[in-house]
Design a binder for this molecule. Structure first.
Ligand SMILES: Nc1ncnc2c1ncn2[C@@H]1O[C@H](COP(=O)(O)OP(=O)(O)OP(=O)(O)O)[C@@H](O)[C@H]1O
Ligand SMILES: [Mg+2]
Length: 308
């Protein structure tokens, strides 16, 4: 799969001397075309700065990067990028439709295309009924959905969203998630900055966790939420004697299955052989998962992430 975005040793320092802020301290990552990629981290980690470097809103201090095959900030790449900034504001006297028309014209859409794109993006974000309402009457959730429509107006290949579900209620967040998954299914690449770990967990293919301008962890959601060799086994007709002969730590769980820790997959298999030998019915074996939030808290506890 082609690479939509990559950076290598990216450094961004705001200011200089004693007032220097080291927002990015050598960040290397790559985003494949067609994936939902999420950048996570506490306040001040450098997430927004990274997006701004990609878009050329701020200049990088060192390192290199490319987006859609061009250097960061290049106009030809930006024609194919949609961007939802964090804390965006639109002029209060404009209607949703007018905001989209303004941004569509800025993107260089011609008249006929512009109209069809306004209709399409409003539909996609569930905002069609609010097209002729002034944005000053919009709720926070509606503003975010309009922001998303704005980011999609130029039919971008790569969509960069800075906290897209900020201030949006659970129903609105679910709708935004569904839009993002639909866009991914259309082959778009989505780069997401977010604090909302449970949100990210549901839709992201890959995640990078940053703190103080450095990457502390990266991988698939699956890999980051795997918990070593802990498996949940659901067993039928098992006796306490058979279980005690297993010599593994057992923990009953809420759904009636048993949680067992094995040091290796071989140990797990030996246990399965033993249980089957005892004619125990194995209903299911599931590797235990934690949540991204658990992972985040673990990183905090271990000191890899510090709270500002
Ligand atoms: N224009 C600027 N001038 C000076 N310092 C800045 C500027 N923009 C950001 N910073 C600093 O750079 C660091 C990274 O900020 P950034 O906004 O990238 O973090 P973030 O991860 O997006 O945080 P948040 O989750 O709060 O949005 C912070 O310490 C911030 O104060
Ligand atoms: Mg930010």
């Amino acid at each position: 799969m082609e690479i939509a975005l990559s950076c290598d040793g990216l450094v961004k320092t705001y200011g200089s001397g004693t007032k220097a802020v080291h927002a990015l301290q050598g960040v290397s990552l790559s985003v494949s075309g067609g994936e939902i990629f999420s950048l996570l981290g506490p306040n001040g980690a450098g997430k927004t700065t990274l997006i701004k470097c990609v878009l050329g809103i701020v200049f990088t201090s060192a390192g290199s990067g490319s987006v859609l095959g061009s250097p960061f900030g290049s106009v030809s790449a930006k024609e194919h990028i949609g961007y939802l900034p964090e804390n965006h504001r639109y002029p209060a006297h404009l209607t949703g439709g007018q905001v989209l028309r303004y941004f569509g014209k800025l993107s260089g859409l011609e008249a006929a295309k512009l109209e069809s794109q306004i209709t399409r993006t409003l539909e996609l974000t569930g905002m069609s009924d609010w097209r002729d309402t002034k944005v000053k009457k919009y709720s926070k959730g509606m503003m975010q959905r309009l922001g998303l429509a704005q980011a999609l107006i130029n039919e971008p290949q790569l969509i960069m969203l800075d906290e897209p579900t900020d201030g949006v209620d659970p129903v609105g967040r679910k709708e935004i998630r569904e839009v993002l998954v639909r866009l991914k299914n259309e082959g778009k690449t989505i780069f997401l900055n977010s604090h909302l770990l449970s949100e990210v967990e549901r839709i992201s293919d890959r995640v990078v966790i940053m703190d103080h301008g450095k990457i502390v962890e990266q991988g698939t959601v699956e890999a980051l939420t795997r918990t070593g060799n802990i498996y949940q086994l659901k067993l039928g007709n098992v006796t306490p004697e058979v279980l005690s002969a297993l010599h593994v730590a057992l923990l009953p769980t809420a759904d009636g299955s048993l949680e067992m820790s094995f040091l290796t997959v071989e140990e797990l298999n030996a246990a399965i052989d033993y249980l089957r030998g005892q004619s125990v019915l194995i209903e299911s074996i599931v590797p235990k998962k934690s949540t991204l939030e658990d992972r985040f808290v673990d990183l905090f506890k271990s000191g890899d992430i510090t709270h500002q």
